[in-house]
Design a protein around this ligand. Structure first.
Ligand code: IMP
Ligand code: MG
Length: 177
């Protein structure tokens, strides 16, 4: 088996920038006059989070969570553990969880439940990519850039074995070459 190869570009740098600007305008309008805390999930969401944050016109704070996802026979799929916690409390704050992709939904659901337990004033979910065809648990997505087909993708933060995160575009990776 050879190395996986980029099969085709799904979204170009220009398309991503354009969608992020539109999303940022939507979010800025919704939170006008308030302060928003963006919470990024390391490492996949940092490219999206920083691009989004730069376009927001509301007062914005950032914090980050590091997680590991694993599945085994006993726990079943979708087990998530927080490996690096937030630096600060989110109590009473307007919080937006920023994800690279919502796939089965297990990660986002776990993180939303965990964050909700910390008493934020409001909690929303914003994702770069949404693969609804593989959803197992329902999660409410407040803002998303793109829906994608059931193919493995890389770029703009998304990785395969920690590679490809720094691509400026989002591409389908052919894992079967
Ligand atoms: P979920 O818990 O199944 O929704 O999966 C979420 C996590 O799986 C994401 O945060 C990604 O890290 C990873 N993931 C899911 N699909 C892809 C993909 O196509 N490319 C890269 N990472 C992916
Ligand atoms: Mg990942």
């Amino acid at each position: 088996m050879s190395e996986p190869a980029i099969e085709r570009v799904l979204f170009t740098e220009e398309q991503i920038d354009q969608r992020i600007r539109a999303l940022a305008a939507e979010i800025s309008e919704k939170y006008a006059g308030r302060e928003l805390k963006l919470i990024g999930v390391l490492k996949g969401s940092i490219f999206f989070l920083t691009a989004l944050a730069r376009e927001l016109t509301v007062a914005t704070k950032l914090d980050f969570l590091g997680i590991s996802s694993f599945a085994n026979k006993r726990s079943g799929p979708g087990m998530v553990r927080i490996e690096k916690d937030l630096d600060d409390s989110i109590e009473g704050e307007d919080v937006m969880l920023v994800e690279d992709i919502v796939d089965t939904g297990f990660t986002a659901r776990y993180l939303l439940q965990n964050l909700a337990g910390r008493g934020p004033h409001s909690l929303a979910l914003c994702t770069l990519l949404d693969r609804t065809s593989r959803r197992i648990v329902q999660v409410p997505i407040d803002h998303r850039c793109f829906e994608i087909p059931d193919r493995f993708v890389v770029g703009f933060g998304l990785d395969h074995k920690q590679l490809y995160r720094n691509l400026k575009y989002i591409a389908v990776l052919n894992l079967e070459t």
